[in-house]
Design a protein around this ligand. Structure first.
Ligand SMILES: NC(=O)c1ccc[n+]([C@@H]2O[C@H](COP(=O)([O-])OP(=O)(O)OC[C@H]3O[C@@H](n4cnc5c(N)ncnc54)[C@H](OP(=O)(O)O)[C@@H]3O)[C@@H](O)[C@H]2O)c1
Length: 237
């Protein structure tokens, strides 16, 4: 039986997910998923030498995703690994103004932002240790939708429903928490000065601040069914 403490990060190969993986690797053994095959995301091999890092190939566009998840999770269980924490980070952030929507691009946005978290939660829940917390990374757009990214905003808002409902379904053994985060790592096309000016605190958040919120939720046994907002006051500005 493996007595080490294992966490899984769904979407932990780059940017915020990788920052979280780096931080958690200081304390825990990790399973990290990516839509790319393990040999294609080598950043993870540079993580703390103390951590054992399993790389799993979970692509939201894979029609066999449900069975792949079950196979991977059963393989972990077969080794005696029981997860103590799960964070679903994966997402895409497409610019999608009205007029550009079609079946293909809506489906693509919702597959990664909504379907993947739902399937991951369903597969992971039976494998989590009693008292653990499953956490989802949402967006402060759940409070005020981004008008040029309504499909993305709808998906993240849909995840609030998952947080509230799953907390009831999995209680009292497993807790469920969401994080509605504001701008932290803007993509290349974004204007960071504009974004930081739109927060009350006049700055971007940092990956470390997101990690702190995740660790807070993991270590707060009376917290479940909540979406915590960490956005520098973006939603009030
Ligand atoms: N960055 C910010 O400032 C910010 C602000 C608010 C909310 N958020 C939310 O925070 C989360 C992380 O943001 P980020 O900026 O780090 O996002 P990102 O760079 O776009 O990465 C998100 C993750 O999603 C995974 N992913 C993408 N397509 C996938 C697919 N088809 N199947 C499975 N996984 C897939 C990526 O891994 P692979 O490519 O390896 O598969 C990656 O690890 C997202 O949910 C985002 O909506 C971010």
């Amino acid at each position: 039986m493996d007595e080490k403490t294992w966490w899984i990060i769904v979407g932990g190969s780059k940017r915020l997910g990788l920052a979280l993986a780096r931080q958690l690797a200081e304390k825990y053994e990790l399973a990290v998923t990516s839509s790319n095959a393990p040999e294609e995301y080598d950043e993870l091999s540079k993580l703390s030498t103390r951590a054992n890092v399993r790389r799993l190939h979970w692509d939201a566009n894979d029609p066999q995703l449900t069975s792949r998840m079950m196979t991977d999770i059963n393989a972990l269980r077969g080794e005696g690994i029981c997860l103590s924490g799960a964070v679903i980070v994966a997402g895409v952030f497409p610019f999608a103004p009205i007029g550009s929507w079609d079946v293909t691009n809506l489906q693509k946005t919702w597959l990664v932002n909504l379907t993947l978290p739902y399937l991951a939660a369903q597969s992971l829940a039976p494998c989590l240790k009693e008292g653990s917390c499953i956490q989802f990374i949402l967006d402060t757009c759940v409070h005020r939708p981004l008008l040029n990214r309504l499909p993305y905003s709808s998906a993240k808002t849909g995840l609030t429903c998952l947080v509230h409902g799953l907390a009831q379904l999995l209680a009292p053994n497993i807790r469920v928490v969401g994080h509605a985060i504001g701008p932290m790592l803007p993509d290349e096309e974004a204007n960071p000065a504009f974004l930081q000016n739109r927060t009350l605190l006049k700055r971007l958040g940092s990956p470390e601040e997101m990690c702190r919120a995740i660790e807070y939720a993991a270590s707060s046994p009376f917290l479940t069914g909540e979406v915590l907002t960490l956005d520098g006051g973006w939603r009030w500005a």
